[in-house]
Write a protein that binds this ligand. Sequence first.
Ligand code: GLU
Length: 260
Amino acid sequence: MKNKLLIVIASCFVILFAGCAKKENNTDTLNTIIKRGKIIVGVKYDTKPFGYMNEKQQLVGFDVDLAKYIAKSILGDEKKIEFKPVTPSNRISLLSSGQVDMIIATMTITSQRKEIIDFSIPYYVAGQAVLVPKDSGIESIQDLNGKRVIIIFGSTAEKNLRLIAPDANIIGFKTYTRGYSALKQGKADAMTSDDTILIGFALCDHSVKILPKRYTKEPYAIGFKKGPISFRLKNEVDSILERMKNNGELTMLKNKWVKY
Ligand code: GLU
């Protein structure tokens, strides 16, 4: 009788621990990535030089290379990635709904975003700037009051512009390509975003210029779904980024892609 009772108790423990182990595997993104054999990464497809399609229709850029480095470190092969296109307004929902494992998309750490997603340590610091046609007469951010200014929905520039030039007439677009072509068509007087992104346009088009002042600091970091599901993945990515800072890989990426 006593033996039977012991067997029943032991079986209960086995079932309980098996259940726990299974649950743990399903609720840990690093485990999911390793089992799946690839990382699903959200990047921009229209944001030169961080994530964009080149003339050969290849996805390239700083964030793309960073994703490849992380795949190589975690899975031993930089090709073990599936890229998904994201925009500033959909990237957080793609992350929260589990459609991507991480976002590497010129995304600034902000306290508001930290409430809904987790961030790695920063890997780059940009600053917000203003892009204008050379003949616009706009020389400073204050000159934007009363002017039509393009922002991209969901970006930090949207909120910052309201604080810095409260009387600017804000025109929003979903993507940088659409915003920039509206500026070129004369539908707006200026466009504001990170210097890194605006420089990508200004380098290819000498009819526009970037005003010298930067009015924010934008520390870029990798985004993860919020909570314990991402703890191990975040720790792993943080230590990869630390290593890249120490061994010069991050500086090499900057020198390769950010030319100004
Ligand atoms: N870094 C800014 C942000 O996270 C602007 C660039 C972007 O929208 O990706 O909002």
